[in-house]
Design a binder for this molecule. Sequence first.
Ligand code: NAD
Ligand code: UDP
Length: 388
Amino acid sequence: MATVNRVDLDGRQIKPMTICMIGAGGFIGSHLCEKILYETPHKILALDVYNDKIKHLLEPETLTWADRIQFHRLNIKHDSRLEGLIKMSDLTINLAAICTPADYNTRPLDTIYSNFIDALPVVKYCSENNKRLIHFSTCEVYGKTIGSFLPKDSPLRQDPAYYILKEDESPCIFGPIEKQRWSYACAKQLIERLIYAEGAENGLEFTIVRPFNWIGPRMDFIPGIDGPSEGVPRVLACFSNALLRREPLKLVDGGQSQRTFVYIKDAIEAVLLMIENPARASGHIFNVGNPHNEVTVRQLAEMMTEVYSKVSGEAALDVPTVDISSKEFYGEGYDDSDKRIPDMTIIDRQLGWNPKTSLWDLLESTLTYQHRTYAEAIKKVMAKPTSS
Ligand code: NAD
Ligand code: UDP
């Protein structure tokens, strides 16, 4: 472990710190815990309702980092231990949230409570106790691009000024209230504004992270294997599930929306830079994504089909995709972000971070993991006769 004489971007020695990580048992949390335990001397107080994705870091007790991670099973909605754990730490990282789009329009109250109300005590305890906070927001706070309101054939749609998303310039454009999809983005926007105001009025030392579709191993769940059969995870797991089951990938409203995907391991490098360079990270909102990995959802489906065929050795289906309406797939109140390309100026300037992994490479390593982890379990489940 390269923990001796580690220095920050300004050549200062990095002192070991205690990090209170809320939501440590999730997708991003599990990768962040690995990074911190494998490569730094920092201690983690890991808070979550679940710990399945970090079990390999918690057991057995003979692991070399066993004294640097402590798991606390708790729900931040109602647990008096929260303030004490924040007080014991130098830094709090809040990842806890409901963050799967299938929930935004079907469970809008839970979504708003989780992303705004439940985060309030975390912000308050950090502010009152002069503790640093890194809060996870989302690229979805940008909502739709300005360009999406131009006529379809307008040449201005090709002008980056109409679609590149900049932390300090772009507006947040959401749909009407009855499009409950925006409940998540709106709650995240309000907590960002609250944190920003705590910084301005009460001196809270904060950093806000806006992830742009971070993907990789351990993201979400495969329905019927390690999550509910009827559950709808984010697109990577939806498409992985279909590939594993040899079913066509469902393209919502034709799969025309565009996304940029970044490999989780690249993105975690950015978070570690924020953790260890407070002077450069504090007071900033950072886009963290890969502007070079843009595809439509249809192109993502085609690429995943090709990559999965390569890693599994199974030929692709003759008809690999099928169109489905958003109403049928997500229900009433769904809406979509049209395009998400992050501007990287601020993170590059402050932290010198840039993503490295191409979409093909990140899909190859991720789908190799999905195949190794789930292919046998899926075969077993599919071989079972269904009860009528
Ligand atoms: P995740 O669902 O895998 O992780 C969230 C974790 O928080 C889960 O383990 C969950 O059990 C925990 N949690 C939720 N509510 C809790 C509560 N009340 N008390 C204790 N624990 C609770 O999601 P993720 O992809 O790791 O995302 C983490 C954060 O990053 C979220 O805030 C999300 O909004 C944000 N984000 C992620 C992405 C991405 O690309 N993965 C994109 C945009 C925003
Ligand atoms: N999507 C899709 N098929 C699926 C799951 C998602 O076409 O099986 C689309 C969804 O409508 C959206 C994009 O894929 O346009 C990304 O969805 P995701 O759930 O990953 O989250 P988002 O990027 O919208 O936050």
